[in-house]
Design a protein around this ligand. Structure first.
Ligand code: PMP
Length: 409
């Protein structure tokens, strides 16, 4: 147990995958930024739902439908409390971060931006916070600009401020960069955006997983994240949006559940949040996400952040001792990702070789090609931490990287 009482060995026992052998070696899972492993509590909640609590929601006046609806809507309330949104109807279920960001682009930007209006992003976006804006830019004749980070991966507010004009209508940023680990000052950026008359959209895929987040405190207008990175199921994500914005936004998809009345001539929309949730939703996935929220709440997001911070500091020191390894993204206060390149080997070779030792990292452009260009590298290797990682995992990583050096030198 760590000094702070964080019992990581106990926690690891909740995750069946972590006791696997991979290629005859204990799995060292350092790819949680891509998707996290699932605790028994989430797996059990999903199984229980399919076995004994399953029916379609909002549709039947029968026992199972009422139960499923209560579970499904109960999970929404758990998410509301988790991110401290003012209302549960500000929590829209989506398929994930990508789906949530596309919803904002296709609804808000399409309805309220006009030719010549400007959207500002950063050079460190995941493609899911670039491409939806490019699509709507091309459709509506908008202008898309990107604020840069410095060589160390530090984000300076001035780089964003310099791009703001009286045509700026949307600022879209990551809470935490999935490549650099840089944590952006969301609250300050929200204030800047509002002063300029713009809305702030936050890609929180890597934020909500590493620290407590509070929508009312951050005061962003939209916040998107994925269940599967938060130890929950795939196929479920969240778009938080402020009530007054969601109220005036048009739906993007039409169909069942999102309507109030339908005639052959015209339809009227359901109230929030259902206006944005056409069709049979990801019922079981939402309930699984609720179980994941319960799980991380029981440990505490602040405790998770502190534990990961300890492992991150250790990893940063240990990786610095590997000859020829360059860590990319060293901003103070960064969160749990360690991207690197090695002089001797391509990132794909690194990940393939260390996989033989059971060490799982990711290699490639991490869906952030503009950032690869920014750092003038074709790809990076990335070790990313979850609430279950330990200093021993980092030792295994460093040992396996030393093998890479031996092989290539
Ligand atoms: N944004 C960031 C910062 C991410 O790390 C990811 C996932 N790699 C996404 C968006 C996209 O998430 P999803 O694939 O779950 O939609």
């Amino acid at each position: 147990m760590s000094e702070a009482g964080y019992d990581v060995e106990r926690i690891r026992q909740d995750f069946p995958a972590l006791s696997m052998l991979v290629r005859g070696k204990p799995l060292v899972f350092l790819d949680s930024a891509a998707s996290a492993q699932k605790p028994r509590q989430v797996i059990d909640a999903v199984t229980k739902m399919y076995e004994a609590e399953y029916a379609n929601v909002h549709r039947g006046l029968h026992y199972l439908s009422e139960l499923a609806t209560a579970r499904y809507e109960g999970a929404r309330e758990k998410v509301q409390t988790f991110i401290n949104a003012r209302h549960s109807h500000e929590i829209i279920y989506t398929r994930g971060t990508t789906d949530a960001l596309n919803l904002v682009a296709q609804s808000y930007a399409r309805a309220f931006l006009e030719e010549g209006d400007e959207i500002i992003i950063t050079t460190m976006e995941h493609h899911s916070n670039i491409v939806p804006w490019q699509m709507i830019r091309d459709e509506k004749g908008l202008v898309l600009k990107a604020a840069d980070v410095d060589e160390e991966g530090v984000f300076h507010l001035s780089s964003l401020e310099a791009l703001i004009t009286d045509r700026t209508k949307i600022i879209a940023i990551p809470h935490v960069s999935n490549v650099l680990g840089t944590v952006l000052p969301v609250k300050e950026i929200a204030a800047l955006a509002h002063k300029a008359g713009a809305v702030l959209v936050v890609d929180g895929a890597q934020g909500v997983t590493h620290m407590p987040v509070d929508m009312q405190d951050l005061d962003c207008d939209f916040y998107a994240f994925s269940g599967h990175k938060l130890y929950g199921p795939t196929g479920i994500g969240i778009l938080y949006g402020k009530e007054e914005l969601l109220e005036k936004m048009p739906p993007v998809q039409g169909g069942g559940d999102m309507i109030n009345t339908v005639t052959l001539e015209k339809s009227t929309w359901a109230d929030l949040p259902h206006k944005f949730e056409a069709g049979t939703p990801p019922i079981v996935q939402a309930v699984g996400l609720g179980a994941a929220v319960d799980y991380v709440n029981a440990i505490g997001m602040a405790a998770i952040g502190a534990h990961e911070g300890d492992v991150l500091t250790y990893a940063t020191q240990r990786l610095a001792s590997v000859e020829g390894l360059r860590l990319i993204g060293t901003a103070p206060g960064k969160a749990s990702v360690l991207s690197f390149v090695m002089e001797c080997a391509h990132p794909h070779d690194i990940s393939t070789i260390i996989d033989q030792a059971g060490v799982a990292v990711r290699a490639g452009h991490h869906c952030a090609q503009p950032l690869m260009e920014r750092y003038d590298v074709p790809a990076m290797a990335r070790a990313s931490l979850g609430l279950y990682n330990t200093r021993q995992d980092i030792d295994a990583l460093v040992d396996s990287l030393e093998k890479v050096r031996e092989i290539f030198s």
